[in-house]
Unconditional design. Sequence first.
Length: 587
Amino acid sequence: MNSMPPPEMSMEYSAGALKDGGKLSVSITIPDKWHVNANKVTDEFLKPSSIVAKAKGVEFAEAVWPEPIKEYNEALELEILTFRETFTVEIPVKGTTGADYDSLGTEVTFNYQACDNSICLAPASKTISLDSRASEGTNETISGAANGTSGVKKNDPEINSSKKGLTAPSAGIALLLFFAFVGGIILNLMPCVLPVLSLKLFSLIKQAGESRGRLLALGGATTAGILCSFWVLAAVVAAVKAGGGSAGWGMQFQSAGFIAFMTVILTAFAMSFFGIFEIWLPWNATTKMDAAGQKAGIAGAFFTGALLVLLSTPCSAPLLGTAMGFAFSATTPVLFLFFTAAGIGLSLPYLLVSAFPGILKVFPKPGIWMVHLQRVMGILLLASVGWLFWIVNEQAGAVGVELFAAIAIASVACSVLLGKFAKPGTAFYREIAVIVLSIIALFSLWFAAIAPEYEKAATAAFNARLQEKMTEDGWFRYSPALIEEFAKAKRTVFIDVTADWCLTCKANEAAVLDDDDFIRAMDSLNVALVKADWTRETPEVNALLQSMEKSGVPAYAIYPAGDASRQIVLPELLTVDGIVEEIISIR
């Protein structure tokens, strides 16, 4: 999604005492390739720029704007008035009231709507102050536009300063880092991690009976895998942001390529658990069995940690969404810092088990039962593949499932070939050759045959859903214009930002949003139920999440009756009573 950074602003008073007159000059710099509407517009759907100055005991006159630029917009087929690059607005000072006026407390708010050659963003605002004790950040009010989103006024100076890339107050960052850490811990308990429960459980059981030093090494390897995977995700987010795109928590599940990759990995992992093949190293002769076994165990622990992150991030845990909402809008070093905190939180159970191995005494000693358990784990991994198929079905229907089934079958076939032609003890080049040929075959199958057909099916299904005003379960489909319509009708709105790959979203729907008590309560309160689908990335839902200061789903908010500019953001985990009480309190 295209987005314009907040404009740079500065202000200064003219020389002389304020009571003798003078003016306040506000300099505004619009980023390259963007413009804002002038203070006067040529059509009612365009939002004019405005500016407001406030200071204790100081009275200001009407602002004096520079001459706007006249441009012809081919997309709109009309002449528009704009401001570009740097311009100055002068605000005359009428005088002061009383002797205790405070010019240092002057605050100026610039209200604007930014556009480029292809898109206009939702109206926003930025406030600056001469007083260092006041907010030095960006107060953005997203109040809705034809192509924007109804939104929320963000008054947190600590969060707002990050939008300019500044050093926010340390106490605020420390608290949000703590949120990221605790959110990482809670992520272990979220429904999102259920598909990888088998990996976690089997990993813990295999560690039972190991020496403390060995356990610490395995726990450290799992933690390293988790952190490296988090850092890779942070690097991807930073790259997307640098390219002007929009990034969000769990965004990888919007990619068919990523889901295909995970289908191959999980299917192959399951085949390994079933004993179809075994990855082996040429130096695992009898004299080196112990060393090779230890190396393989540590490598396996690292891989388990990395895979755990990839499969446990489609949903946002409590507190994690708030912290990541800040991190995704901050600078790259801060982004990595927050991902590290979340990774340490997710790793904590494994570190505790490694440090206190007595916890593992609840498991029986290793034996033949572990072989049978491994087969059960393989079935659970195939259930994870079934979950991925469910996501594909929601995105592209039966055609998508058939295409991904072909990928899974190809992965099984490659596993069988590996087990047949590259058994442990045979020439090592066979294993390398089969793996390389399998990778080539799977990539060729995906890019040449499956990906193009899947994209067609997914696009057709998505466009068909967009044409329907209501979802299958009776909720309204989100659009900024719809929120404005409900505001004009004086109707309260409850909005659910969800995705088909988000298991926490589905858990909340099953436990709360689909509950008869919730539906009856919303009907009695005349609340419109609106669902915003983030299964596939769209600029409108990206903007909505940004307005809620959320980096991923689930996300929930309430718009009071008649006010599309006010947004009450709710926690990730819901209760019927909590939602009803919040709605009643704002009436």
